[in-house]
Design a protein around this ligand. Structure first.
Ligand SMILES: [Zn+2]
Length: 267
């Protein structure tokens, strides 16, 4: 007698990488992509993040596209990596920027996507962020950037490091000329050149729970300073305790919190 086989249609269940339980995808979505069993935060891409945060959104600066200024080649050509990243993320680069509405209030919103080469900042990420900030200055509206990044994009060498100075000076101009707040939202992980530039320049810095936030990784720091790092070092909770960030907000409360902050802090 043939064994009875139960077939599960693909795409209905998702496995939690932390507790390894199977979760019904619809349930996961309803729970803001947080595991209902163990509370693990699933990584979400820019498109889902934008949907969770805004009522409507119109992308800008999409025409700014990557090129390969150095003809860089590591184990594969940079051009090949860009192609793969496009396929994996469904995006043209590691950030999506545009003008959106949160509870009817107009905002300039940028969201980094870790699925595109680890959310790394090359010339296009820097340029799109700068265009977004300039648009926020022109319209005098709140600026919100959601970060998720491994840092600067090494395949673009010094051109990617320059983006740190460029985005930082754009944000300085925003702060000088616009009375609305710049809200920076840090998600897991926010590190390297992104943490050392626009991500930490927010008037208000919010993090999702348990996000890893820092410049260099713990192993590099331990080898450099030759000391053991404290427990929980570089977690959002540790940084909150040390006064490096302003608040930790659960994903399901994020839109509401940002909306309230904008209303309170508007000029
Ligand atoms: Zn879980």
């Amino acid at each position: 007698m043939a064994k009875r086989r139960i077939t599960i249609p693909p795409g209905i269940w998702e496995k939690c990488e932390k507790c390894e339980q199977l979760i019904y995808k619809k349930r996961l979505k309803e729970n803001f992509y947080v595991c209902p069993k163990c509370g693990h935060y699933f990584r979400i891409g820019a498109d889902i993040r934008i949907k969770l945060l805004t009522d409507e959104f119109k992308e800008i600066a999409e025409e700014i596209q990557p090129c390969d200024p150095l003809g860089f080649y590591d184990t594969k050509p940079y051009k090949e990596r860009l192609k793969e990243a496009r396929k994996k993320s469904g995006l043209s680069e590691a950030v999506k920027v545009g003008i959106g509405k949160i509870d009817g209030k107009q905002v300039a919103l940028g969201v980094l996507d870790f699925n595109f080469m680890g959310g790394s900042m090359g010339s296009v990420v820097g340029e799109r962020i700068t265009i977004l900030v300039e648009e926020a200055i022109k319209r005098k509206i709140p600026l919100i950037i959601v970060s998720s990044s491994g840092g600067a994009r090494m395949q673009e060498g010094i051109l990617s490091l320059m983006q740190m100075a460029k985005t930082s000076s754009a944000i300085k101009k925003y702060k000088d000329e616009v009375k609305s707040p710049y809200i920076s939202i840090l998600t897991h992980p926010t590190t390297g050149g992104v943490s050392a530039s626009f991500a930490f320049l927010g008037d208000i810095i919010i993090s999702e729970p348990k996000a890893l936030i820092g410049f260099a990784g713990p192993r590099v720091i331990e080898q450099t300073i030759k000391q053991k790092l404290p427990e929980g070092f570089q977690s959002a909770e540790f940084l909150l305790q040390k006064g490096m960030i302003d608040m930790i907000v659960e994903r399901k409360e994020l839109k509401n919190t940002v909306s309230k902050l904008i209303s309170i802090l508007k000029s």
